[in-house]
Ligand binder design. Structure first.
Ligand code: AMP
Ligand code: MG
Length: 417
């Protein structure tokens, strides 16, 4: 008779076994490739100010605000246009008092100028012949309708971020807008956490890979792909995928490779009370126990060749529920991701439940109220093989071990899938 524990005890034991995975090493990724979705390992500081230099916010005319103050209210001011500054390498000549230069967005504002008058606020209206007809106004002078404040449409250095200030915080899950900020600061590489590397080992002589033709008595391996996907979705990396037959020698050889290559080994199948429980037979160093939950009761945990091993049951629903309940948050935390928040919801219909076993029923939110107001319905049956029914679920409904009946409207905790 194997040891019996409750869900919280097994969660605590798995957390203790995997405590060493929390200390992730750091690696660098180039900003232009592979950064999105990674978790920043440390704060990123601006190596210089952004913008780097004073530049124009508009296509227009760089002027001195004092030169365009109207002589009397409403009277336009006309200035000679003495040059052109584009967003291009180089430093423009200083602006002489009483003159204007045409300036383009992003171009350096000449020393001496302290404001930019947008082209549409002048008699030129546009610089672009393809915009709305030919550019208007004279090439050599510009008429400016009203006075401007000093600093108007001038972007000051460091007004976005100052030199030495934090641009991106440690723990940020990198998205395209973070890449933009880093790249704009000239940062070519970003420090990210190395994800936990997981070996996913399916056991079962009946298994063939999806895509292959099953013979009589054979089925497609659902757990390998499912757990590999779950690992990646939780911020981990699949270091090795194996499918091994129910032969303890072959299983052990596969696990030796897995343990040597990866930070964590996950197996499925071969842990219940049947005659050919290959993982139990192959791994005397692992503890096998019965957790008071359904599905996912038979579980194994321990170390093999120094590497933590979790042995999940073989039924595909059991394997997936085991991942969600015992491993998902630990893997996320090791990768620097927040845990998935469990959400209260109200049962859409009454349910009955066996005493003494915590049920994790497949459920579906039946309204989009979100939060505590959401209602959930049970989908599919209790069978641990109902993998297609599970695909219709978006939560697991957590029915406490002590409950034998829950009425319609009863509050339950749900685990988002
Ligand atoms: P086991 O614990 O190995 O006896 O497996 C329990 C049930 O789950 C059996 O019906 C297996 O055929 C099935 N099963 C085990 N592993 C997988 C897998 N990787 N994919 C799909 N079904 C599986
Ligand atoms: Mg099996």
């Amino acid at each position: 008779m194997s040891e019996r524990v409750d869900v919280e005890q097994h969660r605590a034991d798995v957390a203790e076994l995997l405590a060493g995975l929390a200390d992730r090493p750091t690696e660098e990724v180039p900003v232009h490739e592979g950064a999105v979705g990674r978790v920043l390992a440390s704060d990123v500081v601006a190596p210089g100010p952004l913008p780097r230099f004073r530049n124009s916010q508009m296509d227009g005319f760089a002027v001195r605000a004092a030169d365009v103050a109207p002589a009397r209210p409403g009277a336009p001011v006309t200035l000679p246009v003495v040059g052109d500054v584009a967003a291009a390498p180089g430093e423009p000549a200083p602006l002489e008092p009483g003159t204007a230069v045409r300036i383009m967005t992003g171009a350096p504002v000449p020393v001496g100028a302290d404001a930019v008058v947008p082209v549409e606020d002048t008699d030129h209206v546009t610089f672009n012949a393809r915009g709305d007809g030919a550019p208007r106004g004279s090439a050599t002078k510009v008429e400016i309708a009203r006075g401007r404040e000093a600093g108007e449409f001038v972007r000051e250095p460091g007004s976005d971020v100052a030199e030495g200030a934090v641009v991106l915080r440690a723990g940020t899950v990198l998205a395209p807008h973070h890449v933009a900020a880093a790249a704009a600061c000239g940062i070519a590489r970003l420090p990210v956490r190395v994800p936990v590397s997981v070996a996913v080992v399916s056991t079962g002589s009946e298994l063939v890979a999806p895509g292959d033709e099953p013979g009589p008595g054979q089925i497609w391996d659902a757990n390998g792909p499912a757990l590999a996907a779950a690992v990646v979705a939780a911020g981990g990396r699949v270091g090795l995928r194996l499918a091994v037959p129910d032969d303890p020698e072959v299983v052990r050889t596969g696990l030796e490779r897995a343990a040597a290559l990866c930070d964590l080994v996950l197996t499925t199948g071969g842990v219940s009370q049947g005659a050919y429980e290959v993982v139990k037979d192959a791994l005397p160093e692992v503890t096998f126990r019965s957790v008071a939950m359904q599905p996912g009761g038979p579980q194994g945990l321990g170390r093999f060749a120094g590497t933590p091993v979790l042995a999940f049951p073989g039924n595909p629903v059991s394997a997936q529920v085991s991942f969600v309940v015992f491993l998902r948050d630990l893997l996320r935390q090791a990768g620097g991701l927040p845990p998935v928040r469990r959400v209260p919801a109200a049962l859409d219909a009454a349910i009955v439940s066996p005493a003494g076993r915590r049920q994790l029923l497949r459920g579906r939110r039946v309204d989009d109220a979100g939060g505590a107001g959401a209602r959930v319905a049970v989908v599919g049956g209790p069978g641990s093989h109902l993998v297609a029914s599970m695909a219709a679920a978006d939560v697991l409904i957590d029915v406490p071990a002590a409950a034998t009946r829950l009425d319609e409207g009863a509050e339950v905790i749900t685990w988002p899938l």
